[in-house]
Design a protein around this ligand. Structure first.
Ligand code: SAH
Ligand code: SF4
Ligand code: F3S
Length: 581
């Protein structure tokens, strides 16, 4: 084994503990000089597995690396620093990671300075770091979900000590603000509102890998959203393992309904949130969702099972009836709301009756789509210790039966969308066919339609002409150039440059002094014209005119405007080119 410093290792027992109240810290980063020197001309690569929490961690890590001077590459063999950001929620997510680690052996052979780092939820499991060091000694760095903000100092330690480093904390420190971020999209953004989870569902590893539930302050979240709005973002998705328990740990009266309302008021065109735990869904939340048109009428509402006895064994804190009651209230308030869910099949000793309860619940709720999983035992969780009598073949058979039931109702509801028009936020050309664009309607159903690629990031009305179970095919309504132009006007209204230019122009119109200067200038011009026959008089008038002109030139508002004109012109030329594309 290559030399390795095992600075800290994870402990599931410690991770189970729930320490102290939420504290806040501000990241006051400085790039270590050694890392800065190392980064010159070097590239980083990140591959993320798992959920949006991990994607957001990727963006933060990318932010740190770019501040240090690294450039991003999507090509593994080009990377000087590669990070594999892992997920531990099911075994199959882990298997893929081992395959990917192997592919980096060649980088190390080719380049002795190459740094492979493995991080994320899987590293929070006991024994994983030691196993990785033994099996893949070319992994330079292993860290966990609680020290993402130390990325640069960890890389620094690897460089300085010239040996591998494992540093995985078992429980989180403070909620850290002022994190750097290099977002993966420039029109859709994830915003963390809380980290961790205190629910401890009996099958789930997340409370151990992500630690205690801790909320960011309302002000920090709203400020992040406001700056996204200012940067022209079109959609924000608020993130937390349980968004509805947001704020309860802060003890200052913050709660999700009030946060949601404040974020809706930032003016972000589309607002979504993930994930809602059924027992804490309040009527206030329903009311806020209903009231604000920019809150999408879509809810990811994981049920896990339709059987109350199974839900009890899963440690979920609601019954089938309570879940269905919330669905009823949601639909009463928002008849068009689309619901999606997560379901686990094959929890230890699931009975036929319990499974059928899940089928009947799905028939009743009619989900727009469902993520279905076969139970995967996670070491350290209570469910992994249960002796399971259910044969694997039966679990797979039930899984297929469940899919059929979901596909039937989902397909029927998709068909009802034919002929209707939905506003789609365009993600860009589809992977399979570049002439086809793909995006999401308000109800979060994927819609594909033919259109030009410059519509990426625009809102486009699309009429549905064909339905597949999980996606729809449509045709654009109206002229694509007009949709783009509308978008350009939106951009103009949010662009800091145009905003400044327009506000100076507005001030100019109202300014009395400038008005007077303008009138004086006209007067001087007149004097000049009238004194053409009298040389002396004329040169005096000309002198006055030039003085006036000088005063105008030196006026701060006018000179500010002048200095912006060429930039505004350049920007408008770019827009013109875009529209001619
Ligand atoms: N916090 C979210 C989701 C977390 S994990 C929630 O509470 O809904 C995403 C999904 O993975 C879960 O909803 C669950 O359906 C599934 N999952 C979690 N642990 C699992 C396990 N051990 N086996 C199979 N699926 C699991
Ligand atoms: Fe896991 Fe349950 Fe927490 Fe969701 S609520 S992350 S399923 S423990
Ligand atoms: Fe996976 Fe961790 Fe998310 S286990 S699902 S990446 S919280």
């Amino acid at each position: 084994m290559a030399k390795c410093d095992f600075r800290s290792l994870p402990s599931i027992d410690e991770a189970r503990n729930r320490h102290d109240k939420t504290k806040k810290e501000i990241d006051s980063r400085a790039v270590p000089p050694r890392v800065k020197a190392f980064a010159v001309g070097k590239k980083y690569y990140i591959h993320t597995y798992g959920c949006q929490a991990n994607i957001r961690d990727e963006e933060i890590m990318a932010g740190y690396l770019e501040e240090a001077g690294f450039l991003r590459t999507e090509n593994r063999s080009d990377a000087d620093v590669a990070i594999i950001n892992t997920c531990a929620v099911r075994e199959n997510a882990e298997d893929k990671v081992y395959g990917e680690i192997g592919q980096f052996k060649a980088n190390k052979e080719k380049n002795k300075d190459f740094i492979l780092a493995v991080c994320g939820c899987m590293m929070q499991e006991e024994g994983k770091a030691q196993y990785l060091q033994k099996t893949y000694p070319f992994i330079s760095l292993v860290f966990g979900t609680h020290n993402v903000n130390q990325l640069l100092s960890l890389i620094n330690d690897v460089l300085i000590n010239n040996k591998n480093l494992v540093d995985v904390k078992s429980f989180p420190g403070a909620v850290i603000e002022n994190l750097p971020s290099s977002r993966l999209e420039d029109f859709k953004a994830f915003v963390n509102i809380s980290y961790g989870c205190d629910k401890f569902c009996t099958y789930c590893i997340v409370p151990y890998t992500r630690g205690k539930e801790r909320s960011r302050s309302e002000q920090d979240i709203v400020n992040e959203c406001l700056s996204l709005v200012k940067d022209g973002y079109k959609e924000i998705t608020l993130l937390g393992q349980n968004v509805n328990s947001y704020g309860l740990d802060l003890g200052d009266g913050s709660n999700f309904a009030s946060l949601l309302e404040k974020v809706a008021k930032t003016g972000i065109p589309r607002l979504r949130f993930l994930t809602s735990y059924p027992s804490q869904f309040t009527d206030e939340m329903i009311e806020v969702m209903r009231k604000y048109p920019n809150i999408m009428k879509w809810l990811h509402f994981p049920v896990q099972s339709g059987s109350s006895s199974m839900l009890r064994r899963m440690g979920r804190r609601y019954t089938r009836e309570e879940y269905l009651d919330i669905v009823k209230r949601l639909r009463q308030a928002m008849p068009d709301i689309s619901l999606t869910t997560d379901i686990i099949v094959g929890f230890p000793n699931e009975t036929e009756e319990e499974f059928e309860d899940t089928l009947s619940l799905c028939e009743e709720v009619r989900y727009a789509s469902a993520f279905t999983f076969i139970f995967s035992p996670r070491k350290g969780t209570p469910a992994a210790k249960i002796k399971d009598e259910t044969p694997n073949a039966l679990k797979h058979e039930r899984f297929d039966r469940l899919l059929k039931v979901i596909e039937k109702t989902t397909g029927e509801d998709s068909e009802k969308m034919i002929g209707k028009t939905y506003v789609v936020l365009v993600d860009g050309p589809s992977k399979k066919d570049s002439s086809v664009l793909t995006g999401y309607g308000e109800n979060n159903k994927p819609v594909n339609f033919k259109g030009p690629s410059y519509l990426k990031g625009c809102f486009v009305p699309v009429k549905i002409i064909e339905s597949h179970t999980y996606s729809l095919i449509g045709e654009m309504v109206g002229d694509p150039l007009i949709h783009k132009a509308k978008d350009v006007s939106y951009l103009m209204s949010v662009s800091p440059l145009f905003k400044e230019f327009l506000s100076i122009s507005e001030e100019l119109e109202k300014d009395e002094e400038i008005k007077e200067l303008g009138e004086e200038l006209i007067k001087c011009k007149k004097e000049m014209a009238l004194s053409l026959d009298d040389k002396e008089k004329h040169s005096k008038a000309k002198e006055e005119y030039e003085k006036c002109l000088e005063r105008i030139r030196n006026h701060p508002l006018l000179s500010n405007r002048e200095s912006l004109i060429s930039l505004v012109n350049d920007e408008l030329m770019k827009i013109k080119e875009l529209l001619q594309w």
